[in-house]
Ligand binder design. Structure first.
Ligand code: FAD
Length: 862
């Protein structure tokens, strides 16, 4: 009887084990191979039996492999598995799990871009999309029939073009080596990713090389937008599958990006990044024999049509019959894309969109079967994804080795003429190079993204779970700008994060946060400017421009806030914890409207992202779907994020000589200490470093709470009488999901009756509603987060763990000694000693030295 497929795989892995034994493969590579061939569950079940022969042949190797296995399937696995399932990652198709040595078979089998990556703009349900996915395939028979020195194939695909010319099989090895040199294929990857890379190559890298006769076929326009990469780019691979020359273009259309409201979609820092990223992408395309055409959206007064107009001209000029792109999800851009697709298709041009910007297409996420309770939290969002798991997202795709070029390139404009990296000129004609520090801080290329990812997975990720808030150490990935501009796909990131030696569930969850933001934007297109909770629109916000300016420029007199705002100004970035600190300061202490913070971030962040930024500022501004359950104190927060003051020393060098204990509160320094600090004559508050712009922090907090209580009372119809929660007017899409009706029906129902949903609401606000004039100090749910509380808690937990362990070890030792003593006395016929249980005991209290009884209250951060 022929062996089953599963037996085949096990056999093959046993053979591979020999390679490990003779040192041709390393243990990690072998383990990665098992994961890749057998999948997660099977590896877990079978790995021990596969490596069993080693337990006699090479015990050391056996124990190394066993420890890799145990490390991988550690106790955090369940959480990870849950996340992966949520994101449909584990449901990959079999042909994506083929091992390295089946690559050659892949050449002959159908190669397709993951169906789930295709998004049809006209349809609303993901299910419909899959059926019409682009399914370029290789003709097996022709592929094996060499024509001169090349293989000839006849690609068939879902478009009305049927190119019949021949392909030449490319020298993928050389090309791949070349790519590796350029850093695109991540030369430093640990061995475990090698197999994955080769597998991805199977799905994309062989799809290259055009013979000259094919150049006569109509070209494909590959429209780059926020997917400025070669790796894991479904539209790029989709264009290769069509077997035609490819014209990569980028169209700059600022009005379309901006949409209908005040989104500041492309601020100065982002434009600068975009300029650099485009230049890098162009260089990468040149390395694979292609080119990037830059175009400015042109034409009609009706701005919604300007990209369309440019594309129509391009199609006319080049004779292209197909336009491919990866979808973007801002509602106004989706609308624009829908108009482009339908107009082009009316003109006989096939137009297809692929899905890759988020892990889940936000338009496919539904609350059906989950309900609306807890909406706005990432847990609720993940439940929605789990309950309504869309198509599997498949494995990441490798970059192609070459890209077929057209016989004649269309006319483009120089990148500089898009005016993305504009530098003002001084009167004397010299240029104000405001981006010099940004240039120094970042590598704008796709290779730079991969290098950062690798660096993070080898280093920062080990501290991510506990110390991602530290501002003085690079414990987070800093990948946000690359994700924003699509220089790194979230799928690639998640894939690598899951395959890394140290896997942080908290980090992987961040990608769900990212998806959540896009989902919220699709539900509430005015998220960037309109508070979602109606009462908070009426809050008494400050109009003090001097406060706003001081905040923007890092001159508030609070070193932690100033350091973060200066880091933002100089490098275009700060970590998540610091964003919370400065946002809390703006909103809870300065009473400035969150929209000001949002707009400043949009202008200065290199990762400024309309969806994420708006969601976070809405939440911080108390009017989002979720409420931050904390307010960061501008001084105490430093205990968590900058305990030794090194972050402040870096960004506020004028304070560098102050001692650690006082660097976050220079106003507490004795005058003599200030005078002595610093080389250039000390620190002079108000001169070399600003005085605090506000000093009455506690009072301001109280007023902020009282203001909230007052608007919640005034707009009582938006407060649930029973639970005290804020009520949200539901958008039609959520109503329809809740009622199980169509959007249109829901809109009709909604017109007559507004549906209000209770939202997660800060306990502090609920209490304040009952005692509107109480001050913040007397509110038992006071949300101000004292940095040291969480640190102290961590230390207490660590201490208890250590003590518990030591205590139990000591106890065991004592018991053993007592047992031996008892046995000895029995054998010697001696009287037994009194049992320890008979001794008088006293319950330990918190006052006892080294007591294990924890004391004090603990405030937790979400
Ligand atoms: C007021 C405020 C505004 C923000 N504005 C933006 C913004 O414009 N653009 C932006 O990308 N992030 C924004 N964030 C979220 C977060 O601060 C950044 O994503 C993060 O600091 C980027 O650093 P990192 O890549 O090292 O993150 P990591 O911790 O390494 O996380 C990895 C990735 O997960 C995503 N991510 C992390 N945190 C969040 C989050 N809370 N919500 C959604 N996605 C998240 C990002 O894409 C990030 O790159 C904002 C947060 C706050 C509090």
């Amino acid at each position: 009887m022929a062996p089953s497929a599963a037996e085949d795989k096990t056999l093959e892995l046993r053979q591979m084990l020999r390679e490990v034994l003779v040192g041709r493969e390393d243990p990690e590579g072998f383990f990665a191979m098992c994961l890749s061939v057998l999948g997660h569950q099977e590896t877990r079940a079978q790995f021990q039996s596969i490596i069993k022969p080693l337990s006699t042949a090479n015990i050391r190797l056996h124990s190394v492999l066993t420890s890799i296995y145990h490390q991988y399937f550690s106790k955090t696995e369940d959480e990870e598995l849950q996340l992966a399932l949520t994101l449909s990652l584990l449901e990959m198709e079999d042909n994506q799990m083929l091992p390295t040595n089946q690559d050659s078979q892949l050449l002959q089998s159908e190669i397709s871009v993951s169906p789930s990556s295709f998004v049809q703009l006209k349809s609303t349900s993901q299910g419909q999309n899959t059926s019409s996915a682009p399914t370029g395939s290789w003709n097996k028979d022709q592929d094996t029939e060499p024509q001169k020195s090349s293989h000839s194939v006849n690609p068939t695909h879902g478009t009305d073009q049927e190119p019949s010319s021949s392909f030449s099989k490319p020298d993928t090895v050389n090309k791949r080596d070349q790519m590796t040199e350029e850093g695109l294929n991540k030369p430093d990857k640990p061995k475990r990713s090698k197999n994955r890379r080769q597998r991805r190559k199977g799905t994309g890298q062989q799809l290259v090389g055009l013979s000259s006769s094919l150049l006569a076929t109509p070209p494909v326009v590959l429209w780059f937008r926020r997917d400025l990469r070669l790796c894991d780019n479904p539209a790029l691979i989709g264009s290769l599958e069509l077997g035609a020359p490819v014209i990569p273009v980028f169209i700059w259309s600022p009005e379309e990006e901006e949409g209908p409201g005040v989104t500041v979609a492309m601020g100065g820092a982002c434009k600068y990044w975009l300029h650099q990223a485009l230049s890098c992408l162009c260089a990468s395309l040149k390395r694979i024999g292609s080119h990037l055409i830059f175009l400015k959206a042109s034409g009609e007064a009706n701005k919604v049509r300007s990209s369309l107009h440019t594309l129509e001209q391009l199609v006319k000029e080049t004779g292209a019959r197909t336009v491919l792109a990866n979808a973007v999800y801002e509602p106004w851009l989706k609308e624009r894309d829908a108009a482009v697709v339908s107009a082009l298709q009316e003109g006989g041009v096939e137009c297809k969109m692929f899905h890759s910007y988020c892990l889940r297409d936000p338009y496919s996420v539904s609350t059906e079967g989950v309900g609306l309770r807890g909406i706005g939290s990432v847990s609720h969002f993940m439940s929605c994804c789990r309950q309504n798991s869309g198509s599997p997202m498949g494995a990441p795709l490798d970059a192609p080795a070459t890209l077929p070029t057209p016989a004649r390139w269309p006319q483009g404009v120089p990148l500089e003429s898009l005016d993305l990296a504009r530098m003002p000129r001084r009167k004397d004609g010299t240029i104000v190079d405001w981006a010099a520090n940004i240039r120094q801080a970042w590598d704008f290329s796709e290779a730079g993204a991969h290098a950062r990812l690798d660096a993070f997975l080898h280093n920062g990720v080990y501290r991510y779970e506990k110390e991602s808030g530290r501002a003085d150490a690079p414990n987070t990935s800093s990948l946000s700008p690359y994700l924003h501009f699509g220089q790194l796909s979230p799928r690639w990131l998640l894939w690598d994060a899951k395959g890394a030696r140290c896997r942080s569930p908290k980090f992987q969850r961040k990608l769900a946060w990212r998806d959540l933001a896009y989902w919220q934007l699709t539900l509430f297109p005015d998220l960037p400017w309109e508070p979602l909770r109606p009462p908070y629109k009426a809050l008494r916000w400050s109009t003090d421009c001097s406060h706003l300016k001081a905040w923007q420029r890092g001159k508030t007199g609070y070193p932690l806030v100033d350091a973060a705002m200066r880091q933002l100004w100089q490098t275009g970035w700060m970590n998540n914890y610091m964003r919370h600190v400065v946002a809390s300061f703006l909103i809870a202490y300065l009473y400035l409207p969150w929209q000001e913070g949002y707009r400043w971030f949009q202008d200065t962040l290199v990762d400024a992202d309309v969806a994420i930024d708006a969601m976070m500022w809405q939440n911080g501004g108390m009017s989002g779907l979720d409420h931050w359950n904390f307010v960061m104190h501008p001084v105490d927060a430093a205990m968590t994020c900058d305990p030794y003051g090194s972050y402040v020393r870096k960004w506020c060098p004028e304070l560098a000589d102050l001692p650690d204990e006082l660097i976050h509160k220079p106003w507490k320094c004795p005058a003599s200490m200030l005078r002595r600090a610093g080389e250039a004559g000390g620190v002079a508050l108000g001169r070399t470093y600003p005085e605090r712009i506000i000093t009455d922090l506690e009072e301001r907090r109280s007023r902020s709470l009282q203001d909230v209580a007052s608007v919640r009372r005034e707009f009582g119809q938006y407060v649930d009488k029973r639970s005290g929660c804020d009520l949200l007017p539901l958008p039609p899409r959520l109503v329809s999901e809740a009622l199980g009706s169509s959007h249109e029906e829901a809109a009709v129902v909604g017109e007559g009756r507004r549906f209000l949903l209770p939202l997660i609401t800060r306990m502090e606000f609920k209490y304040q509603l009952e005692k509107p004039d109480a001050d913040a100090a007397s509110n038992p749910f006071n949300a101000v987060l004292k940095g040291y509380v969480s640190r102290k808690r961590d230390e207490t937990v660590a201490f208890l763990n250590e003590r518990d362990f030591k205590a139990s070890a000591m106890c065991e030792g004592v018991q053993r000694r007592e047992r031996l003593e008892r046995d000895h006395r029995r054998m010697e016929g001696l009287p037994s000693t009194p049992s320890p249980g008979a001794r008088a005991r006293r319950t330990p209290t918190a006052k006892d030295r080294f007591s294990v009884v924890p004391s004090g209250s603990i405030t937790s951060v979400n």
